[in-house]
Design a protein around this ligand. Structure first.
Ligand SMILES: [Zn+2]
Length: 398
């Protein structure tokens, strides 16, 4: 096992489920008076005091000054979580590179690192991730690392079952990384990780049922239903990228005519513009610039893409009945080109009986993917149900 050192497992392992519930409430909703916290969690004031005292003693919670509660007029001391008590690292693996962030417990980014992948063999990728972790945590203060990639990974998996772009099948990535880094490792599919970040720390924080739709090189769909991220029984939920949009549309790489992918991916947009109008715009970024400059052919392509975005939004809303849908991803800059077309797409496909929902368009930084991996690491500490964290202490055959 080498000279690896376990960092922080004991101080989290000692926490009861009730303590974690208190921490999750304060983390997601901010400081609360004791009385309100006790009421929300169905705890007696005495139980709350007993549960929070060790957390205050350890420096994870702090008591603020007394405040009068508006409902009762009684004084109460708000409790607040100190998010720097524990940092985590999140790493997103891409085909050519990786991006890593160090965050506090509120998933606020405290450090970033990007690195190239010299190859896709497992040892090279493990080494690149380990280097990123050591760059962001040279003092060994971080005990838990979330790792996300576009791959079939079920919640609790220690193995990457299949990754098309890495050419991997059944790779025990969590165990290898735990042994190499001495940290606990949590794996996640990248879109589910991004959805987890929206669920706890983003636009979905107040919602128990919402969807996340990302556009970029591919199309991603994350779903939260009954306050839980949906994975499907085998890790394959949310496959919406080839939903039919228009029967006379362009052809996607799978040979479908007029599916969402044929309109919406960065490659499809660049190809449509190059093939139909002018080959000088060969990338998504160039196409976006052309549309912003008012080029009619570029505006046409983005109008159709935004309509497709609206159709997918409506189909997700029809299935889960959300109170909001979050639009994001590295290609979401397209929304501002033709927001009316998004609405037209929604109106064209939404069921007449569907309840209204909010549409959140989230500005996207590439660090969001790594921040998603960090969010999954935070969830593994605070709500470990259904999340299996792999540590370097687990035997190889587990
Ligand atoms: Zn298709």
């Amino acid at each position: 096992m080498g000279d690896v050192v376990r960092v922080d497992a004991s101080r989290w392992n000692a926490m009861t489920d009730s303590m974690r519930a208190i921490l999750v409430d304060l983390l997601l909703h901010g400081p609360r008076p004791r009385a309100e916290l006790a009421r929300r969690l169905s705890l007696s004031p005495a139980s709350l005091t007993k549960l929070t005292r060790p957390l205050i003693d350890r420096g994870l919670l702090v008591e603020r000054g007394r405040q009068l509660q508006p409902e009762t007029g009684r004084p109460s001391q708000p409790l607040e979580i100190l998010p720097d008590w524990q940092h985590v690292v999140g790493v997103k693996i891409n085909p050519e590179d990786l991006y890593a962030v160090r965050t506090d417990l509120r998933a606020v980014v405290r450090g970033e690192h990007d690195g190239r992948l010299a190859g896709h063999d497992v040892a090279t990728v493990v080494e690149a991730i380990a280097c990123a972790v050591e760059q962001l945590d040279p003092a060994g203060e971080v005990g838990t690392v979330g790792v996300s990639l576009a791959a079939n990974i079920r919640p609790g998996d220690s193995v990457v079952r299949a990754s098309h772009y890495l050419g991997w099948s059944q790779v025990p990535l969590a165990r290898l990384l735990a042994q190499r880094t001495g940290r606990s490792i949590v794996l996640s599919n990248d879109v589910r990780a991004l959805t987890a970040a929206q669920h706890w720390f983003g636009a979905g924080r107040q919602s128990r049922c919402f969807g996340v739709l990302t556009v970029g090189k591919g199309i991603g769909c994350g779903l939260v239903v009954n306050d839980a991220v949906v994975a499907g029984y085998d890790g394959h939920a949310g496959l919406v990228s080839h939903v039919p949009v228009h029967e006379g549309g362009p052809i996607c790489r799978r040979g479908h005519r007029g599916c969402a992918s044929a309109y919406l991916t960065s490659g499809s947009i660049a190809r449509s513009l190059a093939a139909s109008f002018d080959s000088k715009w060969s990338s998504f970024a160039e196409a976006l610039d052309a549309a912003r400059a008012g080029s009619p052919p570029a505006l046409q392509v983005f109008h159709e893409a935004c309509f497709a975005l609206g159709v997918l939004t409506a189909e997700i809303a029809n299935v889960i009945g959300p109170d909001r849908i979050v639009l994001s991803g590295e290609g979401i800059g397209m929304y501002d080109i033709a927001p009316d077309a998004v609405r037209e797409g929604i109106d064209a496909r939404i069921h007449w009986g569907a309840s209204p929902f909010d549409l959140d368009v989230e500005p996207f930084a590439f660090s969001e993917w790594a921040r998603g991996a960090a969010a999954v690491a935070i969830q593994s500490l605070l709500r470990p149900v259904g999340v299996r964290t792999i540590t370097n202490e687990i035997p190889e055959d587990s």
